[in-house]
Design a binder for this molecule. Sequence first.
Ligand code: ZN
Length: 209
Amino acid sequence: MPVRRILTIDKYEKILRSKSQPVKQINKEIKALIRDLKDTINDPSIPANGLAAPQIGVLKRVFGVRLGIPDEDNDEALSPPIIFINPEIVEEQPEVVRDFEGCLSIPGMMGNTDRKLKIKVRFMDESGKKVTQEFEGWDARVVQHELDHLDGILYLDRLESKADLYVWVRDDKGELEAVPYLDVIRDASVPVEDKSGSKLRLPGLKTRT
Ligand code: ZN
């Protein structure tokens, strides 16, 4: 089954912002969707911890996640993709943790968000069995991130402020570094008029309001 193209927010915000529909039965179409999610998560060119059906353009309540502590040097530390169908959070502790997360649909950025430390989730596994399971820490974060996708919610909506948003930029040596978004837009801002009152020319921009 094919590795699918991941939809990104620049072109596909409307789909990514849509609410997904519950799965009524695990038919041929849902089985194909599960295979595609797994194949796409397992694609070595994609650093995927998780992927939700709307990210490949299917508005169904299904996602896959790899659980375990992320470790750049040891990919084996993560589980194979585990499929969640019609997941619901049935219990959560009030305690939250703040940590960084990125999203394959929002390339080039990451955010520092608060997520519940512990959640209990009820879902159907890929064989159709009903499961209730607790998740904690990083696993709980990944599950909450993917569950949000099924409701058209992105981590951008979970930021307390824009100060928690970071952009990946290349430094002088060509290495990627995460720079606060507010620093990037401060450096990018240009005055509309100089002191003499004459207008500055901006490439490709006719008017500024
Ligand atoms: Zn995401």
